[in-house]
Design a protein around this ligand. Structure first.
Ligand SMILES: Nc1nc2c(c(=O)[nH]1)N[C@H]1C(S)=C(S)[C@@H](COP(=O)(O)O)O[C@H]1N2
Ligand SMILES: [Mo]
Length: 332
């Protein structure tokens, strides 16, 4: 597959975040949040502790910079060989190197992605159509795994909303359910529980419809300027950058609109540990470890890991208004 244009004006030109980017993103965040909304979500004490309101609240003019990936110099792009060699994709094994080792023969063409359920126009996309949902964009997003490591990855794809709109969800649709391919012949973890970690397959995930329609919610068909490698979820996977990585379901074959909160794989396996929402939140610890900090895989080797503070919503404050009415400790 040939490719896919890189870089837009609002993206980082290279690995390093400039002061100018930092300044403009701060302002975009202030605008996107609205001061009132932020205040109702967190106490002003909490908000100040997180450094939310330290900037000059000038009117914001450059909306596109809400997707600017980074506001700290710790946000260096993760090297491609790290992002494609350290993976969670239990269908191919539970070790971090297993997906790369075991998924290389994975067949992605032909593929079929179905969008159905509570929609006026059900869709069936074949492999070629996956790349033509709408204009492809590159978005550099942080990915924070619930295991407390993180990366910064340049995805290529389209907003999920572009696809959902084409299917015309009915007004009854309140949630979106996602499903990974079930093919035990190709995915050894699906037929052998020692390889697949005891998960019930197919892997399933879900979002509330307002989360699914949010501009940040992305369907990725590529990364690092290429089509997705199998270990990262080829040919098409979800990327929800403000939620723990397990929400970002790989190798998706079905997207179903529904009026019920759909079951999700990690919640089924361990409901006390993994919720439906799974918003990145340094103030809500996993029962077995702290979520206050994370290991950022940014260097050229897996041992090059900076320990940094975890940010609420992984730093994507644009989404805070989605949760203004819920208790993030209860709905973890
Ligand atoms: N189908 C499926 N999707 C999955 C997983 C999985 O095991 N199976 N692992 C999740 C987890 S825990 C993480 S952290 C991310 C990792 O994405 P990456 O390997 O592209 O970094 O994929 C998510 N999507
Ligand atoms: Mo994860």
């Amino acid at each position: 597959m040939t490719f896919i244009r890189r870089n837009r004006s609002w993206q980082l030109p290279d690995n390093q975040v400039t002061d100018e980017n930092i300044y403009r993103q701060r302002r975009s965040v202030l605008k996107a949040m609205g001061f009132i909304g932020a205040g109702s979500l967190l106490s002003s004490h909490q908000a100040n502790a997180l450094g939310w309101f330290s900037d000059d609240p000038e009117p914001f003019q450059q909306r596109e910079l809400v997707f600017s990936p980074a506001e700290k110099s710790t946000d260096t792009l993760t090297p491609e060989q790290v992002a494609t060699g350290h993976n969670n994709f239990y269908e191919f094994g539970t070790g971090k190197g297993d997906p790369k080792d075991n998924a290389q023969g994975f067949k992605v063409n032909p593929w079929e992605l179905v969008v159905d359920g509570m929609v006026d126009k059900p869709l069936r996309l074949d492999y070629d159509q996956l790349y033509k949902i709408s204009a492809l964009e590159e978005r550099i997003y942080r990915l924070r795994c619930v295991e407390a490591w993180s990366m910064v990855i340049p995805w290529i794809g389209v907003p999920l909303s572009a696809l959902l709109k084409q299917a015309s969800p009915t007004s009854a649709a309140k949630y979106v359910a996602f499903e990974t391919l079930y093919d035990p012949e190709q995915m050894p973890g699906q037929s052998n529980r020692f390889i697949g970690g005891g998960i019930k397959y197919p892997y399933v995930e879900g979002l509330r419809i307002d989360e699914a329609m949010h501009d940040l919610t992305f369907l990725s068909v590529g990364a690092y300027g290429k089509t997705l490698p199998p270990q990262n979820g080829a040919p098409i996977r979800l990327v929800v950058p403000w939620k723990y990585g397990f929400k970002s379901i790989k190798s998706v074959v079905r997207i179903r609109l529904t009026d019920r909160q759909p079951p999700t794989t990690w919640n089924i396996l361990a409901p006390q540990e993994y919720g439906f929402y799974a918003n990145v939140n340094p103030m809500v610890d996993h029962p077995r470890w702290s979520q206050a900090r994370e290991r950022r895989l940014s260097g050229s080797g897996l041992f090059n890991q900076d320990r940094i503070d975890t940010q609420l919503f992984n730093g994507y404050r644009e989404v805070a208004s989605l949760y203004r009415d819920i208790d993030l400790t209860r709905y973890y």
